[in-house]
Design a protein around this ligand. Structure first.
Ligand code: GDP
Ligand code: MG
Length: 314
């Protein structure tokens, strides 16, 4: 008689949390091997929770990408901002385990000595409050030539919380990501798949499409413009050889509309061209995209309008 049993299958939810801009959405896309979440160099790009499902022989990892976790205060304390932090905190409550991301500081900072920053302390404090198993991913290690400089950070972060593991990664290149997913899987309960194997995300293609448009606004426009933008899909028509999409970019000020449209419509054309390419990559068919811009005065403060634009209770 053999006492050899197949390895146990793990399945469950893992929240990706951390300060804004540490690379949560980039990590989600890297683990899935497909772009479903938008990621830009600007903080506060992600506004809603989004699920991504990764199937492995040893289990099913259901990742929950979240908006950045920070104490909403000062200028950033709009109703939209408070909603975003609420999304991240709610995700912490609902998952089986947590993956906290921390961003490698620039080496000039590290040479001066390293101290736990207030933003990361805040994230760890929220984590302790929910008492869930957690792994720490130190992201963007590709930006550091001298990896020795990481040692005091690894040490300091180990002292700050009882992590199941601390894993240096590059969400961008994929370095260390397999080790991270293996660690995450071991924290999940033993059990059956939670979602069908062919399911990649809980979000509809048209929602991801609207995000791809918003991403281009984040990448192409300046200052506060992207923070006042929401995108709705008006038409999503699948035809025999292509998909016809009409979408509206909502802004909360007239001046922002002028910036989105740009001189002679140059900006809106550029947003359209790039977003169309991204949506077309996602769907693997040609896409026609028509964009409109509309002013919804003060929508980031209006509960009703926020809900209409997709930022409200489900
Ligand atoms: N060099 C480098 N940049 C990264 C890495 N991961 C993410 N980034 C960049 O950091 C920025 C923020 O990433 P994003 O995923 O939007 O962060 P989020 O706000 O935590 O979701 C983007 O410009 C990413 O390209 C990484 O491993 N290395
Ligand atoms: Mg994000």
């Amino acid at each position: 008689m053999s006492n050899k049993r197949p390895p146990e299958f793990h399945a469950g939810f893992v929240a990706l949390v951390g300060r804004p801009n540490v690379g949560k959405s980039t990590l989600l896309n890297q683990i899935l091997g497909e772009k479903i979440a938008i990621a830009t160099p600007r903080p506060q790009t992600t506004r809603n929770r989004i699920l991504g499902v990764r199937n492995l022989p040893e289990g099913q990892l259901v990742l929950v990408d979240t908006p950045g976790l920070h104490r909403p205060s000062g200028r950033g304390r709009s109703r939209l901002n408070t909603y975003m932090v609420g999304e991240a905190l709610a995700a912490l409550q609902e998952v089986d385990a947590v993956c906290v991301l921390f961003e490698t500081p620039p080496s000039v900072e590290l040479k001066k000595g390293w101290r736990l920053d207030a933003g990361t302390s805040y994230v760890i404090q929220q984590l302790k409050a929910v008492d869930k198993p957690a792994v720490l991913a130190i992201n963007k290690v590709d930006t550091l030539h001298n990896k020795q400089l990481l040692l005091p950070i690894v040490d300091g972060l180990h002292k700050a919380h009882n992590w199941k593991a601390v894993v240096p990664i590059s969400a961008k290149s994929g370095d260390g990501v397999d080790k991270l997913t293996a660690e995450l899987l071991t924290m999940l309960p033993v059990g059956e798949r939670l979602f069908p194997e062919e399911m990649l995300t809980d979000r509809a293609e048209r929602w991801i499409g609207s995000e791809f448009i918003r991403e281009q606004v984040f990448l192409l426009t300046r200052q506060e413009v992207p923070y006042s933008v929401a995108v709705t899909i008006d038409t999503w028509q699948e035809r025999p050889t292509d998909v016809m999409v009409e979408a509206t970019i909502h802004v909360d000020k007239d001046g922002h509309k002028r910036m989105i449209v740009g001189e002679g419509g140059r900006m809106i054309r550029e947003i359209g061209t790039r977003a169309r390419q991204e949506i077309s990559n996602l769907l693997a068919v040609p896409v026609h995209l028509k964009l409109f811009v509309r002013v919804d005065e003060g929508w980031t403060e209006s509960v009703r309008t926020m809900r209409e634009l997709g930022y409200g209770d489900e």
